[in-house]
Design a protein around this ligand. Structure first.
Ligand SMILES: Nc1ncnc2c1ncn2[C@@H]1O[C@H](COP(=O)(O)OP(=O)(O)OP(=O)(O)O)[C@@H](O)[C@H]1O
Length: 298
C-alpha cells in the first residue's frame, strides 16, 4: 500500500508538486502519468524519502519510508537507471546490494536471468551498458529484496518494444500476486496496457485519478433529441450539467442510463445517446495535461 496525502514541494517561488494525494492498493498497478516536468519524479522522490516535502506526507506499507526498518525489503525503487556505479559489473552491483540488504547471494543469478542479463552481460561494466540494459539492471535491483511494493520512475525508457512487453508481464504478475506497483511514464501507451488505475499529473497537480473507464466516463454522454429544448430543461431540473452543441446535441455530465430515464419520464424521442467522443484516453490525457501546463506557464 502507498498512501500520499497533500504532498507539496516548492523550490523558491516554483511549486513543483501541489497538494498531491492518491493511494495505490495491493494487487494493483497504478500508472503515474504526466508530461515532462509535471512533478512525477519529485513526487516519487518524496515518497521514497530522498526529497523532503514542503508540506504533506506519505506512507509505504503503513509507515513513512524513512521509518521502515529495512526499506529495500519492503519497497523496490528504481528512480534513475544511470545512477549505478559505471565501473562495476552488473553482477557486482547486485551482489554488493544483496550483501547490504542481507539477501542471499543466490538471488543475484536468479535476478540476472529474470531481467535477461545472465551470461556475458552480467560480467560487463555498467559503463558499457545500453540504457535498456541499465533499466533491466535497475529493475533487478528493485526486485532484489523481494519487496511487496515497487516504485519505478520511467522504467520503460530505453527499453525496446519487446522489453516493454516483457516488463509489463513482470509487473502484472507481481501485482497479481498481491504486490503494489507505482509506475511513472510520460507516455500513456506505455502504461495503459498494464495499469489498473491512472493518476494523471499536470503542472504539479493531479488532474485525473481513476480507472481507464472512470476517466473516459468523466467526459459524460452526448444525446440528441427530436425536441432538444424540452429535454435540456428536464435534464437541468434533474440536476445534471448540460452543454448544448452547435448541431443541437447536448453534452450531459451523467451516465447514459440516467439520461435515458429522464428522457423516458417526459416521453422524449431520442435520436442518439452515447459517451462523449473524447478521442480515447490519449486525447483526454493531452487535453487534461495541456490545460494545466498552460496555467502554470502564466
Ligand atoms: N532540485 C530542484 N530544484 C529546482 N527545481 C526542481 C528541482 N527538481 C525538480 N524541479 C522542477 O520541478 C518540476 C517537476 O520536475 P520533475 O522532475 O518532478 O518532473 P517529471 O514529471 O518527473 O518530469 P520528467 O518526465 O521530465 O522527468 C520541474 O519544473 C522541475 O524543473
Amino acid at each position: 500500500m502507498i498512501s500520499v496525502t497533500s504532498l507539496t514541494k516548492r523550490y523558491g517561488a516554483h511549486t513543483a508538486v501541489n497538494d498531491v494525494s492518491f493511494e495505490c492498493a495491493p494487487g494493483t498497478v497504478t500508472g503515474f502519468l504526466g508530461p515532462n516536468g509535471a512533478g512525477k519524479s519529485t513526487t516519487m522522490r518524496m515518497i521514497t524519502g530522498l526529497t523532503p516535502p514542503t508540506a504533506g506526507a506519505s506512507t509505504v506499507a503503513g509507515k513513512p519510508y524513512r521509518q521502515l526498518p529495512n526499506p529495500s525489503r519492503e519497497v523496490g525503487v528504481l528512480l534513475d537507471a544511470s545512477a549505478q556505479h559505471p565501473g562495476r559489473t552488473g553482477r557486482e552491483v547486485l551482489t554488493l546490494s544483496a550483501r547490504t540488504q542481507g539477501v542471499d547471494s543466490a538471488r543475484v543469478d536468479e535476478l540476472l536471468s529474470l531481467v535477461q542479463l545472465a551470461g556475458p552481460a552480467a560480467g560487463r561494466r555498467v559503463r558499457g551498458y545500453s540504457l535498456g540494459m541499465r533499466q533491466r539492471l535497475g529493475i533487478a535491483h528493485a526486485f532484489l529484496g523481494d519487496p511487496r511494493v515497487l516504485i519505478l520512475d520511467e522504467p520503460a525508457n530505453g527499453l525496446d518494444p519487446e522489453g516493454i512487453f516483457w516488463m509489463r508481464g513482470l509487473l502484472r504478475d507481481f501485482a497479481d500476486r498481491g504486490g503494489t506497483v507505482l509506475l511513472s511514464s510520460h507516455l500513456l501507451r506505455e502504461v495503459e496496457a498494464v495499469a489498473d488505475r491512472l493518476v494523471v499529473i499536470g503542472g504539479g497537480r493531479i488532474v485525473a485519478n481513476g480507472t481507464k473507464e472512470e476517466l473516459l466516463a468523466a467526459g459524460g454522454v452526448r444525446v440528441r433529441a427530436l425536441d432538444p429544448g424540452t429535454l435540456r430543461t428536464a435534464l437541468e431540473r434533474a440536476g445534471f450539467a448540460v452543454t448544448a452543441g452547435a448541431d443541437g446535441a447536448l453534452s450531459v455530465q451523467a451516465e447514459a442510463e440516467q439520461v435515458g430515464q429522464v428522457a423516458a419520464s417526459i416521453s422524449a424521442v431520442l435520436l442518439e445517446l452515447r459517451p462523449v467522443d473524447t478521442g480515447g484516453l490519449e486525447e483526454l490525457f493531452l487535453t487534461l495535461t495541456a490545460g494545466e501546463a498552460k496555467e502554470t506557464a502564466r
